[in-house]
Design a protein around this ligand. Structure first.
Ligand code: HEC
Length: 217
């Protein structure tokens, strides 16, 4: 009776004893290692087998096998909110002078101009643009005034009548060498929000403009 009672306890003790060893980086004996190191390929995850068991060479080879691949060409991200699906459509204008002119003439913001939109655009502007373009878009951001960067043109001066399509286009592809593409930092919705904020600054910090800007200017 007493023996039977003691078997589970001694088995547990035995497991504890063999479960550890002197190598600090070793997990010791693992119960079903596949549960910890899934053989399935997961994006960005080091799914290599434990080098302790499978040699460093084999583990490195597995680690270097790409797990995250580029989506097939023409893939459109899924939008949970159908109202936002349009933002996931491919950008129709090429990175050419003609594409720039066409975007300026045809491309219209899918979101309206409102205080709420401008407020959201300002949050993005303050993080991504202010250090070059300055708080009011005069081209006097910190990296410009300390002499590290060329002065961007003023939104209320040379860029006052730049249409929204061109603003957006320049955010997608950048403009010349000094203005970089922001396509990888900002999704389309964010680019439109900040475009609206640029328009707000073009307008001297007012929502509505007395004379609407003719497309293509
Ligand atoms: C590293 C500095 C820098 C940053 C950051 C930057 N810009 Fe610019 N931007 C410039 C410069 C310089 C120009 C002038 C480029 C030229 O015409 O050669 C410019 C030009 C522009 C133009 C005019 C494009 C055109 O078609 O003529 C717009 C609009 C603009 N920027 C908006 C933005 C917005 C919005 C952001 C933030 C999301 C931003 N920029 C971030 C430096 C910057």
């Amino acid at each position: 009776m007493t023996l039977i009672k003691h078997i589970p306890a001694s088995a547990a003790l035995l497991l504890l004893a063999v479960g550890c060893n002197n190598t600090h980086n070793s997990p010791g004996v693992e119960y079903m290692p596949d549960m910890y190191r899934s053989p399935a390929v997961e994006a960005y995850v080091d799914y290599g087998q434990d080098p302790y068991y499978f040699t460093e060479e084999k583990a490195r080879e597995q680690r270097e096998r790409p797990s995250a691949r580029k989506p097939a060409e023409g893939t459109i991200p899924f939008a949970k909110d159908p109202a936002k699906a349009g933002f996931n459509m491919p950008y129709a204008y090429p990175a050419t002078p003609e594409g720039y002119e066409r975007a300026g003439a045809e491309l219209k913001a899918p979101i309206g101009m409102s205080q709420e939109v401008v407020d959201q655009g300002k949050v993005i502007y303050d993080k991504f643009c202010l250090h070059c373009h300055g708080a009011t878009g005069e081209g006097d951001g910190g990296v410009v005034t300390n002499g590290q960067y060329p002065t961007p043109p003023s939104y209320t001066g040379a860029l006052k009548d730049l249409p929204e399509g061109k603003i957006f286009h320049s955010l997608v592809y950048g403009k010349n060498v000094a203005m970089g593409s922001h396509a990888s930092q900002l999704n389309k919705e964010e680019r439109w929000l900040v475009t609206r904020y640029v328009q707000y600054l073009q307008n001297g910090g007012k929502l509505q403009r007395e004379n609407a800007v003719a497309a293509g200017n």
